[in-house]
Design a protein around this ligand. Structure first.
Ligand code: NAX
Length: 327
């Protein structure tokens, strides 16, 4: 058996945590022969709940779970972490302005970035899930100057999976046959789900659908607003599907994307597709040997380029609101 991989997870007592930890401990993320140590982090207000989750993990007797640490001290939770999944965040309270939420979360993620910089492994892979995910990733990265920006990514995989499923349902085909989906931009309602490059069994989906109004008036808004629709129906935000997306994201990052396919990740823009440098933006990426590169050379129509600009502008506004938290 290989030596255990240390996985720090913040917000571990929350609802995504409850759907995520057991799957990781069962081997869904790193495979059936990879032991793991879970380094669970939450705030003191959630400490009792976190202890309850730890008891349940113990009660599962997972053979791959080599150890569990539960802590409210990030120095302990992030110590020597190989992977850090940052889920914990302040939810939007009643009457809270978007700007206040950005600042409240910005403070959490700048502090966590500083601790990661001090105590995590130098090659740690940091996935930010807590919202606003793209901007939180930026703050975390900026506060961890000794780690490479390529160590950080924001989660847009849930949006990507939602887009895959909507296309599969329209085509009445298995979702696993669809490749090359993209969700550009921010993990917010300005994102651009894009199936113009997507393929099924080697054929372009747009050539099979022939239904531009469906794409514009159903597919794009359904994916953009799916999170709100789940809250409306369930009374709670997406949790199991978010946990599943975390596992998909990390597997592709570590083991590589499938041949002749890509995935969507929020990575630091290098100027590709006219998205100026310096924002974490949903791009199509191909991962290999633990590194992800942005797919180049895709044709973007002027109308989609306008939509990319809208989601980019929103990210810039978010960054402006947290500028005081940057070192
Ligand atoms: P919950 O409210 O169920 O759980 C959040 C947990 O985080 C709680 O246990 C809380 O005590 C903890 N927490 C709060 N502040 C913390 C801090 N400073 N350090 C460590 N832990 C802290 O939320 P849940 O449904 O689990 O969602 C968590 C986050 O994921 C939210 O920000 C949510 O908006 C975001 N999401 C992001 C998604 C994405 O695709 N990027 C999709 C799902 C989800 O909406």
């Amino acid at each position: 058996m290989p030596s255990p991989i240390r996985i720090a997870i913040t917000g571990a007592a929350g609802q995504i945590g409850y759907s995520l930890l057991f799957r990781i401990a069962a081997g869904d993320m790193l495979g059936n022969d990879q032991p793991v140590i879970l380094q669970l982090h939450d705030i003191p207000e959630s400490e009792d709940k976190l202890q309850g989750v730890v008891m349940e993990l113990q009660d599962c007797a997972f053979p791959l779970l080599s150890g569990t640490i539960a802590s409210t001290d990030p120095m302990q939770s992030f110590n020597q972490a190989d992977i850090a999944i940052l889920v914990g965040a302040r939810p939007r309270a009643k009457g809270m302005e978007r700007k206040d939420l950005l600042t409240a979360n910005g403070e959490i993620f700048s502090a966590q970035g500083r601790v990661l910089n001090q105590v995590a492994k130098r090659e740690v892979k940091v996935l930010v899930v807590g919202n606003p995910a793209n901007t939180n990733t930026y703050i975390t990265m900026r506060n961890a100057p000794d780690l490479s920006p390529s160590n950080f990514s924001a989660m847009l995989r849930l949006d990507h999976n939602r887009a895959l499923s909507q296309a599969a349902m329209k085509l009445e085909q298995p979702v696993g046959n669809i490749k090359k989906m993209i969700v550009w931009g921010n993990h917010s309602s300005t994102q651009l789900p894009d199936l113009t490059h997507a393929e099924i069994n080697g054929q372009r989906i747009i050539d099979l659908i022939h239904d531009a109004p469906w794409i514009e008036n159903y597919f794009i808004p359904t994916v953009q607003d799916r999170g709100a629709a789940v809250i409306e129906a369930r009374g709670l935000s997406s949790a199991a599907s978010a946990a599943n997306a975390i596992i998909n994201h990390m597997r592709d990052w570590i083991f590589g994307t499938k041949e002749n396919d890509w995935t969507t990740m929020g990575v630091l823009s290098d100027g590709s597709y006219g998205v100026p440098e310096g924002v974490f933006f949903g791009f199509p990426v191909i991962c290999q040997d633990g590194l992800c590169r942005i797919v180049q050379g895709l044709e973007i129509t002027p109308s989609y380029q306008d939509k990319l600009n809208i989601t980019y502008q929103e990210l810039l506004e978010e960054q402006n609101a947290i500028r005081h938290l940057l070192p």
